[in-house]
Ligand binder design. Structure first.
Ligand code: PLP
Length: 428
């Protein structure tokens, strides 16, 4: 059996039919923005391997930090033991996060960091005798991961988990913020969408532990960019109803939207923050849930005292070393100019797609470029074209999108945008 035949028969791939998996590229090597197939065919990773590889693949600063750590200590348990990579990564995170958001819980993946955040919120309210606060509020169009509680706060219709309705806890949904990023902000709450949240919290606030959402950019739920002012209003409403705010910055964190964090567009901070994906620059799975001292100490001073979560591979030293190196690259600061240049070039080069039949919208924010079609796009076309165009795209639903590594050159980015426009032209 060839390697690809074995793969097709025995290996599950994400959101893929295991009985009819379709074509697959066998990738032998990744470096910078380039993926190289086993037969030598090269493609630009316009997806940053699902938002992660912000500095490109196999960045020497990250791989050498990991190699050094591998030679010293790949892993030890985090219960009762600690290590320099965890401490150094913590220092860097505390320095770059908003003041007050500084109690860090390391975990394995984005979905787990969301589970941890939701559990923290419930345990916080229990510690204060608010036992009824076990539900969650969120906005439609969100995506927060594939584990059970995270699934329950994904969009119930388009959130990829509609199949599990009935098995998921019922949460409280309000419409997604209706005012787009960059559009004028109407003060009338009925128009700006805050009225729906105000009504929900007035009616159900007693039973709601937290509002969870992706600030400014909804990723896997539809690549939608909304007005940051909505977040400021939501923060105030939650404070008035004793509801915690959880920001899921797993996709948006670390410069992707043009600011270090998407919440920086609004100038506000949540009570609990989820980080993942680009935390290690796409080199190894890792995530973190960061809480305020108020949340951490309320849990700590309660009868239960301890927070009831502790993954086996918590604070894995290899992942922490990768995280330190990736954050070190961000600290050097080149990302801001790189992301701004990518945004400007994508604005200019995706604009012609607006005139193509079947294109519903074209939008760019930071290093995220989206061509939204009127009807769903068949991802297998992009898959088949990739070796020809030299660009790896993986459209989902109606969106042809790219979020390339920040290190992509203008020539490479031109290849990405022309592949996107060509796909939009052919897919119509
Ligand atoms: C990817 C993603 C997650 C889930 O992260 P995993 O590492 O895949 O578990 C959660 N929230 C958002 C916003 C994401 O983009």
């Amino acid at each position: 059996m060839t390697p690809l035949a074995f793969d097709a028969r025995h290996l599950w791939h994400p959101y893929t039919n295991v009985a009819k998996p379709g074509p697959m590229h066998l990738i032998a090597e990744a470096e910078g923005v380039w993926l190289t197939r086993d037969d030598g065919v090269r493609m630009i990773d316009a997806m940053s391997s699902w938002w992660c590889a912000i500095h490109g693949h196999r960045h020497p600063a990250i791989t050498s930090a990991m190699a050094e750590q591998l030679g010293r200590m790949p892993h030890v348990m985090f219960g009762g033991l600690t290590h320099t990579p965890a401490i150094e990564l913590g220092r860097k995170l505390v320095a770059m996060l908003p003041e007050g958001l500084d109690r860090i819980f390391y975990c394995d993946s984005g979905s787990v960091s969301v589970e941890v955040a939701l559990k923290m919120a419930v345990q916080y309210h229990k510690a204060r005798g608010r036992d009824a606060k076990v539900g969650f509020a969120t906005i439609r169009g969100g995506y927060h991961g594939d584990t059970w509680k995270a699934m329950s706060v994904c969009d119930p219709v388009n959130g990829m988990h509609g199949l599990f309705r009935g098995a998921l806890s019922i949460q409280h949904f309000v419409p997604r913020p209706p005012v787009a990023f960059g559009a004028p902000w109407p003060e009338d709450p009925a128009q700006n969408g805050l009225a729906a949240l105000a009504q929900l919290l007035a009616e159900q606030g007693e039973k709601i532990a937290a509002l969870i959402l992706e600030p400014v950019v909804q990723g896997a739920g539809g690549m939608y960019f909304y007005h940051p002012e909505w977040l400021r209003g939501a923060r105030a409403l939650c404070d008035a109803h004793d509801v915690l705010v959880i920001f899921d910055e797993i996709a948006t964190g670390f410069g992707r939207t043009g600011e270090m964090f998407a919440m920086d567009h609004a100038g506000i901070a949540p009570d609990i923050l989820c980080l993942g994906k680009a935390l290690t620059g796409g080199h190894i799975s890792f995530a973190a849930t960061v809480a305020t001292a108020e949340v951490a100490h309320t849990i700590g001073d309660s009868a239960a005292g301890v927070f009831m979560h502790g993954p086996t591979y918590m604070a894995n030293p290899l992942a922490c070393a990768a995280g330190c190196a990736s954050l070190g690259l961000l600290e050097a600061g080149a990302w801001r100019g790189q992301v701004a240049a990518i945004a400007q070039q994508m604005q200019a080069e995706l604009a012609p797609a607006r005139d193509l039949p079947g294109v519903a919208d074209v939008r760019v924010l930071g290093a995220i470029g989206v061509i939204e079609m009127a009807t769903p796009v068949d991802p297998s076309i992009a898959h088949r074209l990739a070796p020809e165009t030299g660009v790896w795209l993986r459209p989902f639903a109606r969106n042809i999108y790219a979020m390339p590594p920040y290190t992509i050159t203008p020539e490479e980015l031109r290849r990405v945008t022309s592949a996107m426009v060509a796909l939009a032209g052919g897919a119509a």
